[in-house]
Write a protein that binds this ligand. Sequence first.
Ligand code: G6P
Length: 611
Amino acid sequence: MCGIVGFIGRQQAAPILLDGLSKLEYRGYDSAGMAVYDGQKIRVEKSTGRLKVLSELTHDGSTMPGTVGIGHTRWATHGEPSDRNAHPHCNTEKSIAVVHNGIIENYMKLKKKLLDHGYEFISDTDTEVVAQLLDYYYKKTNGDIIDTITRVMHRVEGSYALGIIFAEHPDHVYALRKDAPLIVGKSKDGNLIASDVPAILKYTRDVYFIENEEIACLTEDDIRFYNIDGEPIEKTSRTIEWDINAAEKGGYEYFMLKEMYEQPKTVRDTLNPRIKDGQIVIEELGMSDEEIRAIERIHIVACGSAYHTGVTAKYIMEGLARIPVEVDLASEFRYRNPILNKNDLVVIISQSGETADSLAALREAKAKGVKTLGIINVVGSSIAREADRVMYTWAGPEIAVATTKAYTAQLIAHYLLAIHFAQVKGQVTDEEVAEMLTDLKAIPAQIEMLLANKEHIQKIANRYVGARDVFFIGRGIDYAIGMEGSLKLKEISYIHSEAYAAGELKHGTISLIEEGTLVAALVTQKDLYKKTLSNIVEVRSRGAVVLAVTNEDNTEIEKNADYVIYIPQTNKYFTNSLAIIPLQLFAYYVSVGRGCDVDKPRNLAKSVTVE
Ligand code: G6P
């Protein structure tokens, strides 16, 4: 969702803003713009479409002189995608420019007040209301900026990360946030603001995380912070360890392919530091054995692929540790008044750590006094900061909108958690744990093998670039794998696709199977082989073409499927980590074959920071 950058320093701002925005493209957007103070006035350039259009418009930023500016990629919420609605937005005199990520919920009320005071609006956005409200208080406070900003903060309801410049104070960039991500970077050539780390990694690793209702005031050489009452506050910077190359394509055609190929490493990075002397050690969990034994129920709450991790985790946690698990979509959890007891644990899974619904679910759980644990990829993100405990997935920056490496890292985190809980509760023997750890350690090399088989999958994918519908079926964990495989395919190829619990097919979905319909069948659970096999026979007898993903020793499937992809042997609880690889590749090659923008699918955002 919307991306924000800002720069103030000794170099020309516009090229730096464009570069930063290009690193935020993954968030999803439909228009882009910049505002730069050119020495006399604020100049704004903006346009619908890709960043390329803005780059062309400004000759890569060269036609926008000035060393102070803000930039934005917009993912439309209030008002259609258009030049008029693109950010930055200004006050009428164009002496204040604003970029915004989030939603101002009471903007209609504020707009009415401003209209009554004679203000006029040229866009449909809530952001223009903020620009005019800043103008209103700026005049009322005789140009006291911190007072102006805090008054605006007290008036607006909703979520915001804002970057602001004032023509009358051209040696400052202001930034503030509430429930939308924003960071400040400190570099020797100047200071920066951004929605996310990749945008500034080229310039600095020294980062301040702005907390809710805090203000940052940046000059060329200095950064000051204030709270919502305008009082100065002290903050400490953190050093970002991410490898800068991780945010570059590194020779791959798409980030998604690169990130798929990083999975052996990211699985290792998430796994290895937590296995010490043959034991699982999750130091950051900070839970005593007594606390673990006292857990009565786990609630896993997440969105998108992270939710699919949760569905898999339910089977594993219940199977191994015998702790009841409920899995909820965050958007549902927060409004259904969930029953949470004091001995429950709420686990929020999120790559970005910024998904608005997941963050709200976390707060709901905390408000009810329940212990919370975040399984998060982005260090220092909102959920990571607010959850009682955090277990990081060490997948590094993920740029492609469709998640791959963060998803497989989340699975690993849950395997570790489930085995650890099972061990503490005495549900597994030391021998069983040792066997599982051996299987876990083999996963990275097994993923490598599966990735090496890409040509085979590409060939199958090429035959289905014109498919209208694709169904994914499976039982138990296989059903969860199908959910993720289906999401991958539909989000990047725009082919209609659904995942069904194989046993549920007969209750409606089977009527959609026609001659030639592709059905991907997941058959990795030995105790369910026969059951799923009979579902394969059912769909095939109605004309379906079956692509089966199964274990190496299950050759019986060959007689009944049109294509078979084998995954290496592993513990029954870990098959998702392997079976998802061919499904990721399949989705990728179908998308490439259809000429889609693999990394930036239409209408989607990587980090969904609005409800
Ligand atoms: C978006 C992304 C998905 C992701 C979901 C949840 O829809 O496109 O890939 O799974 O958000 O995001 P989170 O950052 O909370 O894992």
